[in-house]
Write a protein that binds this ligand. Sequence first.
Ligand code: PEP
Length: 257
Amino acid sequence: MTARTPLMAGNWKMNLNHLEAIAHVQKLAFALNDKDYAATEVAVLVPFTDLRSVQTLVDGDKLKIKYGAQDLSAHDSGAYTGEISGAMLSKLSCSYVAVGHSERRQYHAETDEICNAKVKAAYQYGLTPILCVGEGLDVRKAGNQVAHTLAQVDGGLKDVPAEQAASIVIAYEPVWAIGTGEVATPEDAQEVCGAIRGRLAELYSQELADGVRIQYGGSVKAGNIAAIMAQPDVDGALVGGASLDAEEFVKIVRFRD
Ligand code: PEP
């Protein structure tokens, strides 16, 4: 089996202006060291308005923190007022872009078809998509979390070739655990993350599936990350609220300590 480097990504959501962003990344950079980066990839998904400032800081100080956006347009360019294209993100040297976060699916009616178009747009411009999937509380209560989440994986990856899918990151984020303080048990996380890997093997190959990183997201904190990371199919976390506290996020990155 391929060794997978864990990816800890902070999703800042609509928080931190560009000055606060600089201060926050400086705090992370000050705390993190080469040993941390060797063991775990660290990324921040920041508001569009922060990207240029974060880029300048990362480039200027040769930081090993990766950065990216929380969304992108499915379109290349044109009359799409308010949208940001993959080409624009690529020009700012973003590494990652989240696609289909549950808040986008819920408040912006993003369907699997739209997510699929966004995954393709990300790859077209050399960005690595972090495809977010996961069930709501009603689906979980009905015991349909695996089928629901796998349908989102199928939809998001429709007609995405193996050469591209090999680098995708999938974030399993049960919607009922996002920003609620309600964390899934490590076993809950493993059940669905394991099923996602199984589906990737069916869609592509076991080798590809073994190389893809699958994150858990939903009220991750320093206190619960170690047990979640102990699960064989969990390769990192997408961290919302706790990523806004630099000390807490660094502890999450150091989940092995
Ligand atoms: C998220 O925004 O992806 C998330 C998981 O949020 P939180 O960690 O706050 O639950």
